[in-house]
Design a protein around this ligand. Structure first.
Ligand SMILES: [Zn+2]
Length: 199
């Protein structure tokens, strides 16, 4: 038997016996399973489900205010509430937070603490679900942020988008000075979602 240089997958060589083929396949299967489970020594634990994307905020935040954009995940992507990350940027000095992640969406906030108005911020975001179950991976933080927010249903209507026509529930809590209706960007086609109804 030999093994592949990167992942250590075993395979038979010319001097191995054909009658031992069942054992060779079993050894390979077990090694693949161990690596996929995240318990193997070569490949670190990788996310069970994840999605990344970009979004543009609805407007530029004036002095000491924030703006919010809600992005929807691909329908059915997550089976547990994922842990989201986001980083916004503009030509000013703001900071970014995430709020209200659920199975279907996350709201991204960009706050401008300065006295001047920067350019309209954009952001990059990523959401991770580490395992089929809730553990481990800080999933509980996302769930804790869900309380007290209004629920809406949004539907992307972009032709050809994988989310088109699929009603997606989102949670949203307006920041001070922000409209009560969420500004939502589809996480698949990255275009604004205009069909928003209160749940
Ligand atoms: Zn879409």
């Amino acid at each position: 038997m030999s093994q592949t240089p990167l992942f250590g997958f075993p395979f038979p060589v010319g001097t191995d016996k054909v009658k031992d083929g069942d054992d060779a396949i079993a050894a390979l299967a077990l090694q693949v399973e161990e690596q996929l489970s995240g318990t193997g020594g070569v490949v670190p634990s990788s996310p069970y489900r994840m999605q990344v994307g970009g979004a543009t905020f609805p407007s530029a935040p004036t002095a000491d205010t924030g703006v919010v954009v809600t992005v929807t995940f691909a329908a059915g992507r997550f089976t547990q509430i994922p842990q989201p990350l986001a980083q916004g940027s503009s030509n000013g000095y703001g900071f970014t937070t995430v709020a209200g992640p659920s199975l279907t969406q996350v709201s991204i906030r960009y706050y401008n603490p300065t006295a001047s108005t920067p350019s309209v911020p954009v952001c990059f975001w990523a959401a991770f679900q580490m395992n089929p179950s809730t553990a481990p991976g800080l999933e509980g933080i996302g769930r804790a942020l869900l309380g007290g927010e209004r629920l809406f249903t949004v539907t992307c209507d972009t032709d050809g988008c994988a989310n088109a026509g699929i009603p997606i529930p989102i949670a949203y809590e307006a920041m001070e000075g922000e409209p009560a209706i969420p500004y939502v960007v589809c996480g698949v086609c990255e275009r604004p979602v205009t069909k928003v109804t209160a749940a």
